[in-house]
Design a protein around this ligand. Structure first.
Ligand code: SF4
Length: 518
């Protein structure tokens, strides 16, 4: 009999397991734009428009192949506005012999779908999502006997398993990791290349108009929308990156520059996360560029590690640790998120620039997310729920499975060291070294204390002092704590007080978890 096949908004891949044995003669594909998913945080408008546009294009594509698609638009008056509600409604509308789902990326929705499977009137088959390089089971097996989970060791296994950048049993070039060569500061006069952005198709323009009309109170701008919404558009962006940008990706991977949102980054995370690009294929394509002698090893290895290492590792950790992971708050952070995270109105030049690109583009590159907004949120002691809410809201590529380990783990150490071996706390010196922000900033990056000194400096030692009981035994923090101990008790009390004054003056006060922004 006919099978109902659900395709979620981030499952837009022809190779989706749930579509594997699709019978175009009588199966029906269900896709639904629902408010539950569009509004559980106030997602950036570009993120919703991107998802709707990509879903509609995907649906049109399979309908062209003669497949019946039950497509529920956001403005359909009968829309129940939940995925489970739409499954029930489809079952009520016509008879199906079974339902096929592909496991979803997020714990919250997976729970709802499993509950649905338990009560549905027809059998529900939930298939593995094979679009990742490492399956959840494979990751679990890797993790079982590990005292600590470290990305680097996971990554090496993945290199061996896939054969990517391998030279027989050895890593290409003799080393697994070339990050030491990937920390160059942008030299004066050097400008990042012009980037190819995708002009919105008429379908995308419709989706943008729908979002402008139906989600007026969601976060920020639609004007600069330039994300690929189909596999072809994504391929064009990828090909351009591999061709023109990848060769220098490694060198400037950690560099930041005022008014330069893209630098040499891939700009393909949205496409991979939606299913428009296949991660293993992207890695193989990057490797081919290296093998052809068109890009250096440090660039290609660094790029492949982001996908084969970090992306897969984050997803593995997420599924290994949810739901408990969602509650973690290892540093007992209790402050509200300062309003400038939403408005960008701050004298901190680095923060203002990162928030500006986040508002305009629904994008900031990884070092901005990690070392500016993430680092600051951690040192301010912002509650992890509020930090998660912000990252989930503002970035077009943010899905909980990848956002949460990055934010609660990597950026703020709220997971207590599952993802990273130490908090990435850094004073203004780091930002000054890796960017051109500080020159034009009202704050003095060399200043240590007082109103004119860089807030990152005023927070840094106090952060360590405040978390002494939690972090003092961390071997990777032995050096800064030795320095701190050398300051003596009176000075340490001063540093703690200075950090507290700074927290309050920046708006990181104790209060309701402030999670809604303009
Ligand atoms: Fe950021 Fe401090 Fe530099 Fe200003 S001085 S740009 S606040 S790091």
């Amino acid at each position: 009999g006919p099978v109902l096949r659900l395709v979620l908004g981030d499952q837009l891949s022809n190779a989706l397991t749930g579509l594997g044995d699709l019978n175009p003669d009588h199966d029906v594909v269900l896709m639904a734009e629902v408010r539950d998913e569009a509004t559980y945080v106030r997602h950036h408008k570009q993120k919703i428009a991107l998802t709707f546009a990509a879903m509609r294009a995907f649906a049109a594509r399979i309908a062209d192949r003669g497949v019946a698609v039950r497509y529920v638009r956001i403005d359909d008056p009968d829309n129940t506005h939940s995925i489970v509600g739409e499954l029930h409604r489809a079952l009520d509308a016509s008879p199906f012999s079974k339902i096929v789902l592909t496991e979803c990326g997020e714990w919250r929705l997976a729970q709802a779908l499993e509950a649905f499977a338990g009560v549905a009137t027809v059998p529900v088959e939930i298939r593995e999502d094979r679009r990742f390089i490492c399956s959840r089971d494979r990751f679990r097996r890797w993790a079982t006997d590990k005292r600590e989970l470290r990305m680097e060791f996971f990554y090496r296994e993945m290199r061996r398993e896939t054969g990517l950048l391998m030279d027989g049993p050895d890593p290409e070039g003799g080393r697994w990791n070339y990050d030491a060569e990937n920390r160059r500061k942008l030299t004066k006069g050097l400008r990042p290349p012009q980037r190819l952005r995708t002009p919105p198709s008429s379908l995308t323009r419709d989706a943008i108009a729908d979002v402008a009309r139906l989600f007026p109170d969601h976060f920020r701008d639609l004007e600069s929308f330039g994300w690929p919404t189909t596999a072809e558009e994504a391929e064009t962006v990828l090909a351009d990156f591999l061709d023109r940008v990848l060769p220098a990706f490694g060198d400037w991977q950690d560099a930041m520059a005022e008014g330069q949102p893209w630098m040499w980054h891939g700009l393909i995370s949205t496409a991979i996360n939606l299913g428009l690009l296949d991660p293993l294929d992207v890695c193989r394509r990057a490797e081919a560029v290296y093998r052809a002698g068109a890009a250096p090893l440090n660039a290609v290895e660094g790029f492949i590690r982001q996908i084969l290492g970090w992306r897969e590792f984050m997803r593995g950790v997420y599924w290994l640790k949810v739901p408990e992971y969602r509650q973690r708050n290892a540093l007992d952070a209790d402050r509200v998120l300062p309003w400038f995270y939403w408005s960008g109105k701050t004298d901190m030049a680095c923060v203002a620039d990162v928030v500006a690109t986040s508002r305009t583009n629904a994008y900031a590159h990884h070092i901005q997310r990690l070392m500016v907004t993430g680092n600051l949120a951690m040192m301010l002691g912002v509650h992890p729920d509020a930090v998660d809410d912000w990252y989930m809201t503002v970035y077009a590529d943010a899905y909980e499975w990848v956002e949460m380990p990055n934010t609660r783990g990597m950026a703020t150490f709220a997971d207590g060291g599952i993802v990273g071996s130490k908090p990435y706390a850094a004073s203004g010196a780091y930002i000054n070294r890796m960017s051109d922000y500080c020159g034009a900033c009202r704050y003095d990056v060399k200043g240590k204390s007082g109103d004119g000194a860089c807030p990152f400096n005023r927070l840094y030692w106090g952060f360590l002092e405040r978390n002494r009981g939690r972090l003092r035994d961390n071997i990777r923090l032995a050096m800064p704590y030795r320095t701190l101990d050398g300051f003596g008790e009176a000075r340490r009390a001063d540093l703690l007080a200075e950090a507290e004054r700074t927290r309050v003056s920046l708006g990181a006060i104790v209060g309701e978890k402030a999670t809604k922004g303009e």
